[in-house]
Design a protein around this ligand. Sequence first.
Ligand code: HEC
Length: 176
Amino acid sequence: MLNTYCPYTESFRLYTGSNCTNRFKPIKRLSGLLVILTLTAFGVGCTPSPPDHRAQVTAPVYKAGDSTKGEKLYEDLCSQCHTLRPGSNKKGPQLVGVYMAPSAQLKDYKYSEALNKAHWIWDAKTLDSYIADPKSVLADTRMLSDPVPNAQDRQDIIAYLSTLGRDPLPVTKDSK
Ligand code: HEC
């Protein structure tokens, strides 16, 4: 038997063929594959669901309340759980264009089963009763805000909400 050169171990030995194999190549290939798989998994996992938004509001602004006062009340009572930027939901869904929109409409927010099944339109009446005391009109809703007992405050908040979502397609890349 002749000693032959094995390029993988870079040595002359008595090789029969089966013991001169590239032990490293398959491992390299496998780890390359793993890197690709990991990157793909991360890529998929990190892809945000596309920001959803409600239709442009065309109904007249709600006049029974003062929207300037409503804005202040919104800041105090609602903004800790809601934003006014499409694609940016906090504890609650963003509220742009919610006035006169169907309830539980945003695909990028996970609503409670109860609100999903409510099929309301957020007009002044439904908004008023929901803001007044969410649990009393929808027992299993996840909106755990304090009741807003003052009727004029609620009208002001509704007036403010009705001014939002009037620009066409407000979704932008920096809407986080
Ligand atoms: C403690 C957090 C919290 C506060 C405070 C809060 N909300 Fe909410 N809101 C939520 C959550 C959570 C939901 C989703 C409810 C569900 O899925 O049942 C919600 C849902 C809503 C919806 C339904 C939106 C849709 O897409 O159907 C409206 C309208 C709303 N809130 C208005 C208000 C207003 C106005 C205020 C202030 C007066 C307010 N919320 C205060 C947490 C809050």
